[in-house]
Design a protein around this ligand. Structure first.
Ligand code: SIN
Length: 358
């Protein structure tokens, strides 16, 4: 007979329907993104719509942040969690340890595909680098903030949050380390820095370059981070409740050793020297650093300049002084790497290797 029997027709139709519905299901399946809110200007409010300075950071909770951007529901299945509610100048080592532990717990869950952390912009680059060294997952982790409070004309928080969630939900962000999404741009945690006190384009990666853009509901990557990060680092903070004390000493004309000596007397286990130029050391400070090193304090030579390499044995004989050179890490990021390094070793050669690796 020329035509299939009715039973065979039914079976074929059923199979087609099942195939079509599984395609539709796959297309609709949204990534699960958890937003961890920590405060900052993105959660801030001002007295008027033109108040862009002198507002109060960290006043709005995570549910309100999410509710203000209903478009999030189109790009991810979003959950919110308020981990802290602070202005980021109050971010501490203890906050970082709690945050890293929470991020690692969440990312170990099969029902979490990515994390967004809303954060004040003042220390956002530091938290991003701390997590870049301590998150043990290839799943996306994206930090985001805002330069203007949500009450301001042209507030940048909602679009930044939307872009951050889009990025955290994307396959393109997998395995790229901790990312920063600000002003339609994607930056690597290690290299990004805040460059302006108040404008929305403050976050930049000068010279080394940002990783890409977010435009038209899509991330575009043009570079990948060259240094080791996240799952490939040797640092494990899962059981830590404190980090070794490391402080920064600033270099300037006429500087003396008073601040440095006070920090060493207060128990610093490491000092990052934010030197002038290529990490140069003024004579009285150099003498105090040498004395501190003899007492076992680890010394890292960094630079206040903001760009370029602080070369080993360049402006100081690091081999002879037993100091470490910071490579391209700015002082605030060198402090983070030195703290984590000191959780593993006090051997300056090992620590120098870490500064060449991360
Ligand atoms: C902060 O860092 O918490 C305040 C400033 C900002 O978020 O832009």
């Amino acid at each position: 007979m020329l035509y299939p029997q009715p039973a065979r027709w039914c079976k074929a139709l059923l199979a087609c329907a099942m195939l079509l519905s599984s395609y539709a299901g796959a297309a609709e399946k949204l990534a699960h993104v958890t937003i961890l809110a920590t405060g900052g200007t993105i959660a801030g409010s001002g007295a008027t719509s033109t108040t862009t300075v002198g507002y109060t950071a960290a006043t709005v909770g995570v549910n309100q942040l999410i509710a203000a951007v209903p478009e999030l529901a189109k790009v991810a299945d979003v959950k919110g969690e308020q981990v802290f509610q602070i202005a980021s100048e109050n971010m501490s080592n203890e906050h970082w340890l709690k945050l890293a532990q929470r991020v690692n717990t969440l990312l170990a869950q099969p029902d979490v595909d990515g994390i967004v952390i809303t954060h004040g912009t003042d220390t956002l680059e530091e938290t991003a680098y701390f997590l870049d060294l301590t998150v043990k997952s290839r799943k996306p982790v994206v930090l985001v903030g805002a330069m203007r409070p949500g009450t301001a004309l042209s507030a940048d928080g909602p679009i930044n949050l939307y872009n951050a969630v889009l990025l955290a939900a994307s396959q393109e962000a997998v395995g790229k380390g901790v990312l920063v999404a600000m002003n339609d741009q994607i930056h690597a945690a290690r290299d990004v820095t805040k460059t302006n006190t108040s404008t929305p384009d403050s976050f930049k990666t000068p010279e080394l370059g940002m990783l890409g853009y977010i435009q038209g509901n899509k991330p575009y990557f043009y570079h990948v981070p060259a240094r080791k990060h996240t799952a490939d680092t040797e640092f494990d903070v899962s059981k830590l409740s404190a980090l070794p004390q490391v402080d920064i000493v600033y270099g300037y004309a006429n500087v003396g050793p008073v601040a440095l000596n006070a920090l060493v007397a207060a128990g610093a286990k490491g000092i990052v020297h934010a030197g002038v130029g290529d990490g140069s050391l003024a004579t009285p400070v150099k003498a105090a650093l040498v004395a501190a090193r003899k007492q076992g304090v680890l010394i890292v030579r960094s630079s206040r300049v903001g760009q370029g390499i602080v070369a080993r044995n360049g402006e100081a004989n690091d081999d002879e002084l037993d100091f470490v050179a910071s490579d391209t890490l700015n002082p605030q990021k060198a402090r983070i790497l030195l703290m984590l390094a000191l959780t593993k070793t006090t051997d300056s050669k090992q620590i120098q290797r870490m500064f060449a690796t991360y």
